[in-house]
Design a protein around this ligand. Structure first.
Ligand code: 3PG
Length: 213
């Protein structure tokens, strides 16, 4: 696919809901229940980070859940991209971006949401045709005021800020003209996942899904 197609598809995914849950799941046997809980709460786009041994199985399990759009996060190598694609990921997310990751995703027809932390990184991605980017790590990089400052010189770039985003500060980002949605792990806390408290996770998802933007 072209970078323009990747950006258009990333934008569609980012517009599904105000929040993309960032998931670190250790046990694939509860993955479908977790995905169902989040989708039921109104968050269909799910980022499964490739940070656990189970992550690829988690993507496979979650991909069976109706209404979900499951992507792979923490893509670091072309091998990650191929594994994510083979597991059924519909999109990819990377904390930063390299030419190898970008090219691998384009070749694999996997829409990439590439990470940028500075104006130069965002400009490089723009040169490569990516108009939808992840602002990461958002809070550590100055948070919503920093992202707002990028809107004037780089109005053609839309972002999904991620990293340190919470229910409390999400509205600061979602009110910005250059923010499509935010990413965050707070909607699926490890203790609730471990306890299998799916109704509590659905409640957190519903709260996040109701955030105005
Ligand atoms: C991550 O790296 O895990 C994501 O950026 C999510 O960050 P968060 O846990 O601060 O939401």
């Amino acid at each position: 696919m072209t970078p323009e197609q990747a950006s258009a598809q990333s934008e569609d995914i980012c517009r599904l809901a105000p929040v993309i849950p960032v998931l670190v799941v250790k046990d694939a046997s509860s993955a479908a229940d977790l995905a169902r809980a989040l989708v039921k709460g109104g968050l269909p786009a799910l980022e499964v980070t490739l940070r656990t041994d189970a992550a690829l199985d988690v993507i496979r399990e979650m991909s069976t859940v109706e209404g979900g759009v499951v992507g792979a996060g923490t893509l670091l190598t072309p091998a990650d991209v191929q594994a994510a694609k083979d597991a059924g990921a519909k999109f990819g997310v990377s904390p930063g971006a390299t030419d190898r990751i970008i090219d691998a995703c384009l070749e694999a027809d996997l829409p990439l949401l590439p990470g940028a932390a500075t104006a130069s990184e965002a400009m490089y991605l723009l040169e490569r045709g990516f108009t939808v980017q992840k602002f990461f790590p958002a809070e550590a990089n100055g948070g919503a005021p920093a992202l707002k400052s990028l809107a004037s010189p780089l109005p053609q770039i839309r972002f999904c800020p991620t990293g340190g985003v919470s229910l409390k500060n999400a509205p600061d980002y979602l009110s910005l003209p250059n923010t499509l949605c935010v990413g965050g792990s707070w909607v699926a806390p490890g203790n609730l996942v471990d306890a299998g408290d799916w109704s509590a996770i659905t409640a957190l998802a519903a709260e996040a899904a109701a955030l105005p933007r």
